[in-house]
Design a protein around this ligand. Structure first.
Ligand code: PBG
Length: 303
């Protein structure tokens, strides 16, 4: 099987505490780790030959504005600092969003419930989050809030504060998808009212998907992303062909859980299914694949 482990990105979830390793019922094999346990986990990934991780924070408290996302010593900044000290060669990408930090569960700042997300206030929070991650040593920040001009605003903020080397992985095309269910379980980030259809993309809309990608490249994204994976390979193919820009595909939580649960019910062999899926995503044009299967793939390939 021709999979380059150096091109897989493994998502990890970190929360405050010690000795924590909480498995998520909806995602067998995926855990929330405390920073100490996260270090053990990354050591294991490194030994397996994986090189990239995507880090999500799960805060112990939420508030309306999601202030813990950019507070001094926020959980992601703390974890990144520890990780980069122990594993300088691991590429650390941090998710930059508010949804797991806001009490309402939306990805941006809401000033007036009737008006929804306030884009300007959201951009300013996203920049603060990105700066705190960059300051602790993140190699890439990955804005996933789908706020307008988020890549441009973050690039500018990073440059202004001297973080010119910090790169941006843009969640360029994020469809309003049913496949995110299990993730919201892990991150405890389901919207408490309404849904994300005002800022995530309609899944029937291919034209705007390509426009979002073009915008992100112009705004300065080093890598663009299509998310989810399997249902959207037409977009992946066209994006790669048209823009020839480094491209990541997010094989999301719902895609992962379906494979796992199907394998548990003996509907298929997990390994065979995973290899078929990853090959399909690669064939469509992905350079990088963000997948919860990365660790299993590395284990299989090492054997
Ligand atoms: C939002 C975000 C989502 C995911 C990662 N960041 C989606 C959402 O809740 O709308 C989903 C990832 C997955 O399903 O694996 N900031």
């Amino acid at each position: 099987m021709n999979i380059d482990l150096g091109k897989l990105i493994y998502p990890l979830f970190v929360k405050k505490g010690r000795y924590l390793r909480e498995e998520i019922v909806s995602m067998p094999g995926v855990y929330r780790f405390s920073p100490d346990m996260l270090l053990d986990q990354v050591l294991c990934l490194q030994k397996l030959g994986l090189k990239h991780i995507l880090l999500f924070g799960v805060p112990d408290k939420k508030d309306w504005d999601g202030k813990l996302a950019y507070a001094d010593k926020n959980i992601v900044a703390e974890a990144v600092g520890l990780l980069k000290k122990s594993f300088p060669e691991i590429i650390v990408i941090t998710d930059v969003c508010l949804c797991s930090y806001t009490s309402h569960g939306h990805c941006g700042v809401i000033k007036d419930k009737r008006k929804g997300i306030d884009n300007k206030a959201t951009l300013s929070s996203l920049c603060r989050i990105a700066l705190s991650h960059a300051a602790s040593g993140a190699d890439y920040v990955a804005p996933s809030a789908m706020a307008e001009n988020q890549v441009r605003a973050i690039r500018k903020a990073l440059d202004r504060k001297g973080y010119k080397k910090t790169k941006i992985l843009g969640y360029s095309v994020k469809f309003a998808s049913n496949f995110y269910g299990p993730f919201r379980d892990i991150a405890n980030s389901s919207p408490r009212f309404g849904d994300r259809s005002t800022y995530q993309l309609d899944y029937t809309d291919r034209e705007n998907a390509l426009k979002e990608i073009k915008d992100d490249i112009e705004e300065g994204a080093d890598i663009i992303m299509v998310k989810p994976g399997l249902g959207y390979l037409d977009v992946v193919e066209e994006a790669k062909r048209k823009f020839k820009h480094p491209l990541a595909v997010y094989n999301v939580s719902g895609e992962y859980s379906m494979v796992k649960k199907g394998a548990q019910s003996s509907l298929w062999k997990e390994k065979d299914m995973v290899f078929e899926i990853i090959s399909s995503i690669k064939r469509a044009g992905a350079d990088f694949i963000i997948t919860y299967h990365a660790k299993d793939i590395a284990r299989w390939l090492n054997n």
